[in-house]
Design a protein around this ligand. Structure first.
Ligand code: GLN
Length: 548
């Protein structure tokens, strides 16, 4: 049975709880342990897939087709452990399970209550697959004091009582604000936050304190005394230039040692940190810079494209350059010449997205990249827009469009070059039905699917193999009825689903680097194992930067 580490947050949100959890996972791996990370979110949405990227950031998709919180992306990037559906749960899902059971009569007419029924459901979730790993890290979303978080805190309290002694540990992340006028780091908010935790029966073993300044010995002792933790279990978390320095920084502060101490693991296995030293070295000492534009719709909130930004950074690390990402609002190009905004970039990436807004701008961006021979990577919607651009401007189909937009605009006078395929989401062996109601209750191709790349194509060369497996999240597909016409125009269909029915990659044969992929390669990239498409895309950007 695993040892359990529960991670909570206090004082304010956005302290980097997900990152701290992920870094701790990486450090435990470095000590030779197997880990799994899990996120318990107190919000009432049943499925994060239907939450607005503006509000909630990217939806991270797992191999087994779950739409989850973006923290699962951090977990995967730091540990390399593929997240599963059972690694993410929301209060909405928990309640929905409980109510569904009640409707089925599973509770035999008993009164249904938060304790024990909701808390039991949460505990059951925490236990899934616990015998497969040495450590299970469970991050509780939100901040201590949130009303909707209470059942989760109560559940982990009960859980720790039900485990053998010494199987569970609590880590609490807080903020030490710095008051400039008095030149002091303040411990009171942390004291209050811990007090709040203790009032619900949870006593943290480790405090991770975000602070702009080093924590003086006096404050450390005060925190230890008032919060009832050992002084060496007060861990400082300072701002870092790159998140990839976090494992080494936390190790220097003694986080992994404090965890092993809390579990009384002696002697502590020696850490193997070479992987993270190499990663940090590459981040800290780039040998050049490339500028890449991400032309998208959700550019006000960079978290909406979190995994793409990280994958680009990984590609930069592989090539020893810094990738300077700039966010460009796609809608701009509907009014203004893309050249005014895109000249000077070394490559263009058009990410995934839903809905019509901004799509004409994305088509313009694809056209600009094709004509100027700038490297272009189109992901999901970004591939679909590249295909529409090819259809309209090269293959002589000026009314080429996507069925997705017909639904919005009612304009049926288009050629549906992007359409809902009969072989698509509905009965795809690796697809999954979306949940929800109304317009969301539609099939969507979700999760890992196998594909075959054409021999001699650029993508096959980049991957170094012709059989790949990547994660999808989309409803529409490139319509193969137009394949011949598009191929005659020079757009090669270089990847197809394993059953040869659905296009998954396209490329311009006569372009130095123009690739569209229907899947989301960014979800699988890691700092220590950059995704080949991103590595090669950045390499192409470097080549383009030499020409400018
Ligand atoms: N909106 C498009 C579709 O549903 C693309 C989705 C995406 O970019 N992930 O097919």
């Amino acid at each position: 049975m695993a040892r359990f580490i529960f991670i909570t947050g206090g004082v304010v949100s956005s302290l980097g709880k997900g990152l701290a959890s992920a870094a701790l996972g990486a450090l435990l791996q470095a000590r030779g342990y197997s880990v799994r990370l899990r996120k318990l979110d107190p919000y009432l949405n049943v499925n994060p897939g239907t939450m607005s990227p503006f509000e909630h950031g990217e939806v991270f998709v797992t191999d087994d087709g779950a739409e989850t919180d973006l923290d699962l992306g951090h977990y995967e990037r730091f540990t390399g452990v593929a997240a599963r559906r059972s690694d993410s749960i929301s209060a909405g899902r928990i309640y929905s399970n409980v109510l569904e059971k009640e409707r089925r009569g599973a509770y035999l007419g008993k009164t249904i209550q938060v304790i024990p029924h909701v808390t039991d459901e949460i505990k059951e979730f925490i236990r899934i697959g616990a015998d497969e790993v040495d450590f299970m890290l469970c991050e509780i979303g939100g901040t201590v004091g949130d009303i909707e978080g209470l059942p989760f805190l109560e559940a982990i309290r009960q859980f720790s009582q039900e485990q053998p002694r010494g199987q569970c540990m609590f880590m609490h992340l807080t903020l030490l604000p710095y008051i400039k006028a008095s030149g002091e780091l303040k411990t009171k908010p942390t004291q209050h936050s811990v007090k709040e935790l203790r009032s619900i029966g949870l006593a943290p073993d480790i405090l991770v304190c975000r602070s702009e300044q080093t924590i003086p010995a006096k404050e450390r002792e005060k925190l230890a005394l008032f919060c009832n933790v050992r002084p060496d279990a007060v861990i400082a978390a300072h701002d870092l230039k790159s998140i990839y320095e976090a494992p080494l920084a936390y190790h220097r502060e003694g986080l992994d040692q404090a965890v092993l101490d809390a579990f009384r693991i002696t002697p502590a296995p020696r850490p193997q940190l070479d992987r993270w030293r190499d990663v940090a070295e590459r981040v800290e000492h780039p040998e050049g810079t490339v500028r890449i534009a991400i032309v998208g719709k959700y550019v006000q909130l960079e978290d909406a494209y979190k995994s793409i930004a990280e994958a680009l950074i990984h590609g930069g690390m592989a090539n020893r350059v810094r990738v300077q990402i700039e966010w460009v609002e796609a809608e701009l190009f509907e009014r203004e010449d893309p050249a005014a905004h895109l000249s000077g970039f070394h490559a263009i990436l058009v990410p995934g997205g839903f809905g019509e807004r901004g799509t004409e701008g994305k088509i313009k961006a694809a056209q600009f990249a094709r004509e100027r021979k700038l490297p272009y990577l189109g992901i999901s919607l970004g591939m679909q827009m590249a295909v529409l651009e090819a259809a309209r401007n090269v293959a002589g189909l000026p009314t080429a469009g996507s069925e997705e937009f017909i639904r919005e605009s009612g304009n049926t006078r288009i050629e549906a070059v992007i359409h809902r395929s009969a072989q698509g989401a509905a009965d795809d062996p690796c697809g999954d039905a979306a949940e929800g109601s109304g317009e969301f209750a539609e099939a969507i191709r979700l999760g890992e699917c196998e594909a075959v790349l054409a021999a001699g194509s650029k993508v096959a060369e980049i991957y170094g193999t012709e059989r790949i497996s990547e994660r999808h999240r989309h409803r529409y597909e490139v319509n193969t009825a137009y394949r011949e016409r598009l191929e005659q125009a020079g757009l090669r269909f270089s990847g197809m689903s394993a059953d040869d029915q659905l296009p998954v990659a396209v490329e311009w044969a006569d372009h130095p680097w123009f690739i569209g992929v229907q899947f989301h390669p960014e979800l699988k990239s890691k700092p220590f194992a950059p995704h080949p498409l991103f590595t090669d895309f950045v390499r192409a950007a470097i080549a383009a930067s030499r020409l400018v």
